[in-house]
Design a protein around this ligand. Structure first.
Ligand code: RUB
Length: 318
């Protein structure tokens, strides 16, 4: 069954075998491509219907990272008169999106590294491929002395970060999330990734990010966000709020606690207002958070003028 390609991919995103906003986006684009390539249909209506189903199935996996929406939206804006033309268009668009991801990471590394001073101690949170591009490039340029990586409860993505840095011989210190303020005075700058940047420049990222931003502001430590332009949310321009995913209680507490009459809540992300952010490093430049609207307009093609007319869903899965 060709549908299995999509069901299996969705399962990998839900269970977090594939995780992190950029990886999820790239994987979704690649999945739509494989599904389109495998589809055996007799007419274009059937083709469109199946592609819409695949798009929706992928979108329903995790609600917070807008990169998933932007990836699916990009690929699903395919064109063509025949099944073969449509298929080719999807393959092309998916490949273009994957290139976007790869190039964005390279440029973000270069641009972000310029903002890091010599002999810096850098703090990061969770596991962000974009933030790590900056840190690794700055290290290559001899600017990073050491990295503090938070554990990032409950899923401990900090372990992935320390493994990745250690494998490149970058000095790294693992700390628990609650030790951030204890160590912040030893830090020269914070670099984190993004799941979503809203039209007003707020950051949505792994739970705990906003506490780090608060501690950084209090200690006057620059707080930098590494975010590719497909992390900016066109939907927020039209008033949509970002949905914060709440995951299962068993990620937080063991069975003996869950069996008690105790409520457990497990939000996966939080919101850092723009006042706490010094700069957002995108692949097209280092911008203040106040410029988020311009990125959405120039790079993603949505503008306020169109608010009355446009449909935010891509034309093929309305
Ligand atoms: C991952 C997370 C990352 C962003 C950015 O959350 O919050 O900081 O997704 O990562 P989860 P990247 O592990 O729950 O998916 O820069 O790789 O897109």
């Amino acid at each position: 069954m060709q549908e299995e390609i999509v069901r299996e991919a969705a399962e990998k995103i839900v269970t977090m075998e594939i995780r992190g906003a950029a990886r999820i986006a790239r994987f979704a684009a690649e999945t739509l491509k494989s599904f389109a390539e495998s589809l055996k249909v007799s007419n274009t209506e059937e083709f469109d219907k199946k592609m819409k189903w695949a798009a929706k199935t992928l979108l329903d996996t995790r609600p917070t990272a807008v990169s998933l929406y932007n990836a699916v939206n990009y690929v699903m804006n395919y064109s063509g008169e025949s099944v073969e033309e449509k298929r080719r268009s999807i393959v092309e668009r998916a490949e273009q999106f994957v290139e976007w991801v790869k190039n964005a990471h390279k440029n973000i590394g270069k641009i972000g590294a310029r903002r890091i001073k010599k002999n810096s101690v850098v703090m990061t949170h969770c596991n962000s491929s974009a933030a790590l591009s900056v840190i690794k490039e700055a290290y290559r340029q001899g600017k990073v002395e050491m990295v503090f990586a938070t554990e990032s409860r409950p899923r401990r993505q900090g372990f992935i970060t320390v493994k990745e840095l250690a494998s490149e011989k970058i000095p790294v210190t693992l700390i628990v999330d609650s030790a951030v303020r204890y160590f912040i005075s030893e830090v020269d700058c914070v670099v984190v990734g993004a799941d979503t940047i809203t039209a007003n420049g707020a950051l949505i990222n792994k739970i705990g990010t906003s506490q780090i931003a608060l501690a950084a502001k209090e200690a006057r430590v620059p707080f930098m966000v590494a975010a590719e332009t497909y992390k900016f949310s066109p939907k927020t321009l039209f008033g949509d709020l970002v949905v914060i995913e709440e995951r299962n209680a068993d990620e937080v507490a063991p069975p003996e606690i869950l069996s008690l009459d105790v409520k457990v809540r497990n939000p996966a992300f939080d919101v850092t207002p723009r006042d706490y952010i010094d700069v957002i490093i995108t692949e097209i430049g280092a911008i203040p958070p106040e410029m988020a609207y311009l990125v959405i307009r120039e790079r993603l093609g949505y503008s306020l003028r169109e608010a009355g007319e446009i449909t935010l869903s891509p034309k093929h899965f309305d």
